[in-house]
Design a binder for this molecule. Structure first.
Ligand code: PXG
Length: 452
């Protein structure tokens, strides 16, 4: 007799196309159905308990099962489940959330444009940046410089800003006037160089690109403070100060994509706080609601907002769900938990350093070429040989093997090529970190029996 679980798997294979998935392959293997979650643990359709090393998809910052968010949603559903922010209207939760974000964001970032996701936030960024310069009379100042192997979302503009070649191939991307320079990936692309010198050299590609195109054409530079989906790529310390210097010197807008690094992930409210940068725009999503409901936005500086207000006229852009009241109410409840329970400080001073210390103990494993991370983001680079480093010829197959062994060991961990990644809920306690690292080590041992 077929179980509910296997019936659901068959229906999924018949009707549901999944994101970033080879659907033909998945239909043969059967999807993993997650049925419930609590704190830092998931339960799958077969009743197995898994430690969630990825906080869902880098988003469940406060962990699963918080009553306060359910209550906030229920209350708002009954009072006003929907109204929009178009046509001179809005709702109380959207107003309060914009005020709170303005207070939490650095310096003069005091304004918010709401979206339904991080991808929509980055589409909004492209629209705002170009509209800003055009409003100042610089119609041709519309090139946005990004980086290879960046991830900024999956919509046409998001994927164009991103630097993922396989994404560009599907759909004729990037759209015009988006160009890419190298990422600051020391282990992968610069490990023969001194890291500090490498960081400066790669940052100066921005300066070279501005000079090549002419500053009259260049509107902005966009980057994730720490690349997430690209493989938890932590730039050398020299990188961000040099980028900031160049943006200042040429007066181009700096966009800090905080979709992953926002809301405590690296021990500050935003990655820009950690690196001391002064962005003009910050796309946000994920941790804004801890993933409980879809909501994103762009936090905007006074400098940009003032021009939009004084010179921009009507901005022909917006989404049905911009500032959705239930999503905004849930985001507010989430931000209050992060604030009231001192979760940002806990990541900065306590659990973040603990994760980094414990994670680094994996560096002695014969399969590990590099260990890195910051706050509650961490990665391992798998290598076939360690001294000198020899990488695997087929990185994805060894990465996927590790991901599957991790599940067998009761741990959700993400593989990007042969990089293994964790981005756990920020509320993990030390015993959860110990369990995570022990399960990651067991996984490395399992992989070693196959590939070494
Ligand atoms: N910017 C960054 C930095 C992101 O990481 C987005 C924008 C887009 O957000 P939305 O909400 O539209 O997905 C992201 C999303 C992965 C993975 O496999 C990462 C993301 C999304 C899906 C998968 O690592 N990041």
């Amino acid at each position: 007799m077929s179980t509910l679980f296997s019936r659901l798997q068959r229906k999924d294979a018949a009707h549901h196309l999944h994101p970033f998935t080879d659907s033909g392959d998945l239909a043969k293997r059967g999807t993993r159905i997650i049925s419930s979650a609590d704190g830092v643990y998931l339960t799958d359709g077969e009743g197995r308990r898994l430690l969630d090393g990825m906080a869902g998809l880098w988003c469940v910052n406060i962990g699963y099962g918080r009553q306060e968010l359910a209550d906030a949603a229920a209350k708002q559903f009954l009072q006003l489940p929907y109204y929009n922010s178009f046509f001179q209207c809005t709702t109380q939760p959207a107003i309060e959330l914009s005020e709170m974000l303005g207070e939490l964001a650095p310096a003069d970032l005091n304004h918010v444009f709401f979206t339904g996701s991080g991808s929509e936030a980055n589409d909004t960024v492209v629209r705002i940046v170009r509209h800003y310069w055009a409003s100042l009379g610089h119609e041709n100042k519309n090139v946005i410089i990004s980086r290879h192997n960046a991830y900024h979302g999956s919509t046409m503009a998001g994927a164009s800003l991103g630097g993922m070649k396989p994404m560009h191939k599907q759909g004729g991307l990037p759209i015009p006037d988006i160009v890419h320079i190298d990422q600051p990936y020391w282990f992968g692309e610069g490990r023969d160089e001194d890291p500090a010198e490498y960081g400066i050299r790669i940052a100066r590609q921005l300066e070279d690109k501005i000079n090549e195109l002419g500053v009259k054409r260049v509107a902005a530079f966009i980057a994730e403070p720490v690349q997430g989906a690209g493989g938890v790529i932590v730039p050398p310390d020299s990188y961000w100060p040099e980028i900031q210097r160049i943006c200042d010197a040429y007066d181009i807008l700096l966009i800090s994509d905080e979709v992953i690094t926002g809301f405590g992930r690296i021990g500050h409210w935003f990655g820009a706080d950690y690196y001391g940068t002064r962005p003009d725009l910050m796309p946000i999503a994920k941790g804004l609601s801890s993933g409980y409901l879809p909501i994103g936005g762009v936090i905007i500086s006074d400098r940009v907002a003032d021009v939009l207000k004084e010179k921009g006229g009507e901005f022909y852009h917006g989404y049905t769900y911009s500032g959705h009241p239930v999503c905004a109410a849930v985001a507010l409840a989430n931000l209050h938990i992060l604030q009231d329970e001192n979760i940002i400080e806990y990541v900065r001073n306590d659990i973040g350093p603990y994760l980094q210390d414990q994670w680094r103990t994996l560096g002695d494993h014969p399969l590990v070429g590099e260990v890195r991370g910051v706050g509650m983001l961490a990665a391992l680079e798998l290598a076939e040989e360690r001294n000198p480093i020899k990488l695997f010829e087929d990185p994805s197959s060894v990465g996927n093997l590790a991901r599957d062994f991790a599940i067998d060991n009761g741990l959700v961990m993400r593989a990007v090529g042969s990089k293994l990644i964790v981005s756990p809920p920020l509320i993990m306690q030390k015993q959860h970190v110990d369990e995570l690292v022990q399960k990651a080590r067991a996984t490395l041992d399992d992989v070693a029996t196959r590939v070494l």
